[in-house]
Ligand binder design. Structure first.
Ligand SMILES: [Zn+2]
Length: 326
């Protein structure tokens, strides 16, 4: 069905000169795309489809999930690329702590904890006749790589905060390390324990969507920010919401300031569905108060749109770079 087509001729030769990689991102759904020269060829492949049950992936066993990813890789390879030349690499990104192809921690996919996922995928793809290096990355790192590629900045340092259910921290270029920036400690208050990892005082425990819902059991995060902005309201609830909005911005500022103090100044991009809550002026003011050493002040903060294509391209870029490095 996939590698049966053998094409010859000029179009094929030209394609052969450029690196072809497949990027796969695992979240509520599997998104896969064929990437040539840092661009997506054709449309993104999504599984399960829009109409299907989206909780399906989380309930799958590891083997089922590996098979589902392989299937999408094979379909993606077969759709556009069959027979022209071998793929350079396959990259897979998922939310979690990934080291050396092993999922060390993945709160959203607990079944994958401890899985040697790169090896499992490579073996399974080989069984389907596809011999290709597989690399696995953290999804926030893939966002950073994708945004670096989109902005034509593959030679500079880019850090990304992804503001969603949890808080991701991505860094491009990839550097060995843990980089769990979303779990940076930003408060010593004993009551701050809403982080998904169970740790106290973390950025995610303040800013994560899940953590906000745990903190305000009677209000949705949207309502909290709405109330803080409402000029006509006052009283205890208003004060509570306003105080939280300040804390939320201070937490992101503190995490950014820590990253600047550890890793230097540079470009910080903010993405994810909860960037809608950001007051950029307030955020910049707090970072400014927290970073005072003059050599460290060359930093920028910018909100960028979160599109699935960016993550898929970034995953492919990282996989291609892993092949060259390895
Ligand atoms: Zn945490």
């Amino acid at each position: 069905m996939r590698t049966g087509v053998v094409r010859t001729g000029r179009a094929c030769q030209k394609a052969e000169e450029m690196a072809k990689t497949i990027g796969v991102v695992l979240s509520e759904r599997i998104a896969a795309g064929l990437i040539v020269d840092h661009r997506i060829v054709g449309a993104l492949r999504l599984y399960p489809h829009e109409s299907d049950n989206e909780s399906g992936l989380v309930e799958m066993h590891t083997e089922g999930l590996i098979e589902a990813i392989c299937e999408q890789v094979i379909l993606t390879a077969g759709a556009k690329d069959a027979g022209c030349s071998e793929l350079t690499a396959v990259g897979v990104a998922l939310p979690g702590l990934i080291r050396n192809g092993v999922v060390e921690e993945a709160p959203n996919f607990p079944q994958l904890k401890g899985a040697r996922i790169a090896e499992l995928l490579s073996t399974q793809l080989h069984a389907h006749g596809l011999r290709v290096p597989v690399s696995v990355a953290n999804d926030a790192d893939s966002v950073a790589a994708g945004l670096a590629a989109a902005q034509g900045k593959l030679d500079s340092l880019i850090r990304v905060w992804t503001l969603g259910v949890g808080i991701g921290y991505g860094r491009y270029p990839f550097a060995p390390g843990v980089w769990e920036g979303g779990h940076t400690v930003v408060t010593l208050d004993d009551k701050e324990q809403f982080c998904g990892c169970g740790g106290r005082g973390h950025i995610e425990g303040i800013m994560g969507h899940r953590a906000m819902r745990l903190r305000f059991l009677d209000m949705e995060p949207e309502e909290v920010f709405e109330e803080a902005r409402n000029r006509d309201s006052q009283g205890k609830n208003k004060e509570r919401c306003l105080a939280f909005v300040k804390l939320w911005h201070k937490a992101l500022a503190a995490g950014t300031a820590t990253s600047i103090h550890m890793d230097g100044p540079g470009k910080f991009l903010l993405t994810g569905f909860n960037t809608r809550f950001i007051d950029l002026a307030m955020l910049k003011d707090y970072v400014n108060q927290m970073v005072k050493m003059s050599p460290l002040q060359g930093y920028t903060l910018e909100i960028v749109e979160d599109i699935p294509e960016t993550r898929v391209i970034g995953t492919a870029v990282m996989a291609e770079q892993a092949v060259h490095a390895g």
